[in-house]
Write a protein that binds this ligand. Structure first.
Ligand code: AMP
Length: 283
């Protein structure tokens, strides 16, 4: 695996791949890798000839009071993991390489960026869209792989790709979970042992929703109330949001239907965690 930090060098490497008429699969990450990230890499390896991963803790998607400085980083460990998975190229630019002095251009997906996580993280999705557009321009992948874990991010990026006619296909892969159900996240490493226990409440509440829906409940308010009640019983947990929305506009729906997104963000102590499920109703 070759690691590249400079944009011109990355572009040259991509040109060489394109000259060989080989397909490119791209897995953008912020590093501190876990099985969730590796599932994206494995899918890329299966579907495309050359796999490119990036590790870039993108400062513009963090709010002023968020954890940019504290975000866990371990490049050597990550690089070894990617190498083992057969990644061909690792792009690891500095913040200065991606946002040189004078950088002024951003991308926003209006409206969608203000819902769900956007309400407590203003500017977050502008940062995400801007960096993903830049990365996709640099890496020019045939397919870029993202996780359903960040459901709103996936929906917004798909909207951006359509709206800007980008020549890339986005593939969204299922959430990879710990044995007890907690969605894997680099941020889980912040949790104390007690908080780690408490964090199960996110996936448990989704499971509760699933059971209720399985028994025929279709009123969103009833399903969400059961989830809120469950999270409320966990003393270390504080709800940021629990919502049932449609996947196009991310607007709340009164009735649960096939394809409804049930998403939640919950603070466990000071750590904000997210999880979600897409409702599948049997035909
Ligand atoms: P991050 O490094 O957190 O920015 O995540 C990089 C990519 O990995 C994003 O597309 C995430 O949605 C995806 N991802 C993160 N956690 C998981 C998980 N538990 N399961 C599947 N994909 C994930």
């Amino acid at each position: 695996m070759r690691m590249i930090t400079a944009i011109p060098e990355m572009k040259a490497a991509v040109r060489a791949v394109k000259d060989r008429k080989e397909t490119i699969g791209f897995v953008p990450t912020m590093g501190y890798l876990h099985e969730g990230h590796l599932s994206l890499v494995r899918s890329a390896r299966q579907k495309t000839r050359v796999t490119i991963a990036s590790i870039f803790v993108n400062p513009t998607q963090f709010g002023p009071n968020e954890d940019f400085k504290a975000y866990p980083r371990d490049l050597d460990r990550d690089a070894a993991m990617l190498e083992r998975e057969g990644v061909d190229l690792l792009f690891h630019p500095s913040a200065g390489e991606m946002y040189p002095e004078g950088h002024r251009t951003t991308v926003e997906v209006l409206d969608l960026q203000d819902k769900l996580c956007g309400r407590s993280r203003p500017g977050h999705f502008r940062g995400v869209c801007t960096v993903v557009l830049k990365l996709v321009e640099i890496v020019r992948p045939d397919i870029a792989f993202f996780g359903q874990k960040d459901a709103q991010q996936a929906i917004i990026l798909k909207r951006m790709v359509r709206d800007l006619d980008l020549d890339v296909h986005l593939e969204i892969l299922p959430i990879v979970r710990e044995a007890d159900g907690l969605a894997m996240s680099s941020r889980n490493t912040y949790l104390s042992p007690l908080e780690r226990q408490a964090a199960i409440v996110l996936s448990r509440s989704l499971r509760t929703a699933e059971v209720k829906i399985g028994k025929g409940e279709r009123r969103a308010e009833t399903v969400l109330a059961a989830m809120r009640e469950m999270v409320g019983r966990e003393s270390l947990a504080r709800v940021d949001y629990i919502e049932a929305v449609d996947m196009d506009r991310l607007d709340p729906v009164p009735e649960i239907a096939d394809g409804t997104l049930i998403a939640l963000a919950v603070y466990i102590g000071k750590i904000r965690l997210i999880d979600n499920l897409i409702v599948r109703l049997e035909k």
